[in-house]
Design a protein. Structure first.
Length: 107
């Protein structure tokens, strides 16, 4: 169950990254809503990460959480914000995913 909570925390990190990206182009009322969304999803991510750290080693929780967030942020950037999907970006994101899997296997 702690791994599911940790994965959900990582997904929330991707969510607050998306909200942050949307604040770059939003104005007025829409901007305020994206900032509120950012803060709410950020708080949820932190609470879920803390909950996962109650049962899993912190040395595993934090890298997995940031790794999911990093992979998700790059994916969100490519899919929603027209960032480049170069060979090297995909290569290094793939190595990061393999590292996260390695931490799960070794925990």
């Amino acid at each position: 169950m702690s791994w599911i909570i940790l994965i959900l925390a990582g997904c929330m990190e991707v969510g607050f990254t998306f909200c942050l990206g949307k604040t770059k182009t939003a104005t007025g009322h829409e901007l305020a809503l994206w900032w509120i969304g950012f803060l709410l999803v950020l708080a949820a991510s932190m609470m879920l990460m803390a909950k996962a750290a109650e049962k899993l080693p912190l040395g595993t929780v934090y890298p997995v959480w940031t790794g999911i967030g990093a992979v998700g942020a790059v994916t969100v950037g490519i899919v929603f914000f027209n960032e480049p999907a170069t060979f090297w970006r995909i290569f290094f994101i793939t190595t990061l995913i393999l590292s996260i899997i390695g931490l799960k296997v070794m925990a």
